[in-house]
Design a protein around this ligand. Sequence first.
Ligand code: KG4
Ligand code: ZN
Length: 345
Amino acid sequence: MRVLGIETSCDETSVAVVEDGVTELTCVIASSKEFHEKTGGVVPEIAARKQVEFIVPVLDQVFSQVPKETIDAIAVTKGPGLIGSLIVGIESAKALSLALGKPIIAVNHLVAHFYANFLTYPAEDIIFPALALVVSGGHTDLVLVQHHGNLKHLGSTVDDAAGEAFDKTARILGIGDYLGGAKLSQKALECRKNTLAGKLPRPMLDQSNYDFSFSGLKTAVKRLVENQNKEENLSKNEMAIISPSVEEIALEFETAVVDVLVGKTIRASQDFGVKSILLGGGVAANTALRTRLEIETKRIGKKFFKPDSRLCGDNASAVASAGFFNQNFATLEELRPNPSMSIMD
Ligand code: KG4
Ligand code: ZN
């Protein structure tokens, strides 16, 4: 079955064609990121206008590679995301559905994130029950995947999402104003000696639930930086003794986030006896997180799956794959965007 995927939940306009949920025939992604860099954050109105501008050229490019007549179904992101951006993908899917006479499958963007693993590994290697950790800019969710379409919610962030905490901390550290997560991680790599090791909190790590909290960690970094600014009039030597460098703070922040994400994921995987652990979402591109999960899952004898770096961010291939494995067909009349959709909707 050949599924056309459409993803327009935020600032990426992506269209892909995937065969049987596992073989990517093509995937085109256009992004309005450069426009949001100027404002230091996504302006929903601009993101939506760019979706309108990009969607037809992206579709044209895809159809120049895979004839539209060969498509069997159209999978489109229903939510969560920005309403104006979501509408562009959904209405395009409806128009295509009418023109091609093919059905539409509604896809949850958060679920799609962990289906990127089905495009990275042979699907038969991913054994259920599985545990999915979805870490993106707006969400942090831990879900038990009994089978395709059979999810049980275990936990979420009670405040900031992991990616959001990375981005806000990058801003506090003056590393990047927009999507600074990857830049912060790069800074952490440059740290040679960490005098801050273990000094930042590991929020909720010792609690027996599977929820997360990252806003306190970001605030702790803010306080550290504010205190440093007060000590500005000290000499360079005095500063070096009492003030950790940006690289040290970045490394300690990243380690604290990874400690909590990995600690809770490993515990949940043991508590529920899962066979596979599936990582997904933009923060899944983080090397420290990928490496630590790899090591810790090996230690407890479970299989770990992480998407190809190219498929961690928002992309339509993962939407097409999720659509193939979860064929939630929607009528044109009832299909509406759901900006605040949770991973369980
Ligand atoms: O899934 P995604 O592409 O968009 C949403 O659905 O939100 O996730 C984007 C998030 C941003 O917060 C971005 O800074 C973060 O993923 N991110 C990273 C890294 N690469 C992207 N965070 C930490 N380390 C990275 N290497
Ligand atoms: Zn996403």
